[in-house]
Design a binder for this molecule. Sequence first.
Ligand SMILES: [Zn+2]
Length: 247
Amino acid sequence: MTDKEILEKLLDLHKIDSQIVKCEDEISNIKEKIKNLEDKINENRRVFSEKKARLDTFKKKRAEIELEIKSKESEIKQKDSQTAMIKTNEAYQALQLEIKTIRSDIQNLEDEILKIMEEEERDIKWLSEQEKLLKSEEKQLTDEISELKKKIAEEESKITNETARRNEAIKGIDRGWMERYERIRKGKRLAMASIEVNKDGDGVCSGCRFSIRPQAVIEVKKKARILTCDNCARIWYIEEVNNIMKV
Ligand SMILES: [Zn+2]
């Protein structure tokens, strides 16, 4: 097998591998998008359940204060019942003052309950509004995710097809070169790099931007010899389409 034949076969394989790499990159892009959407869903749920938990805390706090009010009210009752047994005016005044203080405490506690109830109302309103909004947003996000998952399946089926083509393409490729190709591919994802040629005939390796002398460019162009990059080890090729050198 001539170098030209080997190079052409390797190039066919490289085109298939490029397709596979493109699909793999697309899949990881889509996966990233899915992750972002899932994060958004989780964040929405977290904010919602935090507010809900806050509502529970308010209820508990309110129940505690109500209990405290009850105990203060029974304290007043007790003190009221003592009034009849009081002998001196001073003692009567002192007891009345105690009762007044407790009443004022109760008033403060009731104000506190009102404040809590206002906050509760705000939260309940927010929760009922957000529940609808979040549900529709979550549905939208979930739909987007399933669309993206379909795209992943499409890309995966492309990879399956390309892999089948690949298995055909590797048949009959020179074994030494095939092994070398696979070794480079394992490290760099793609084993071949095109040469970008400027008007003076100087080349640059598209894989690593290494400069290539004109003599090597000519040899690769003619497919006279298979040359690899001294810097990145990739196998060089120049593809000419309608006499325009393709980068
Ligand atoms: Zn290179």
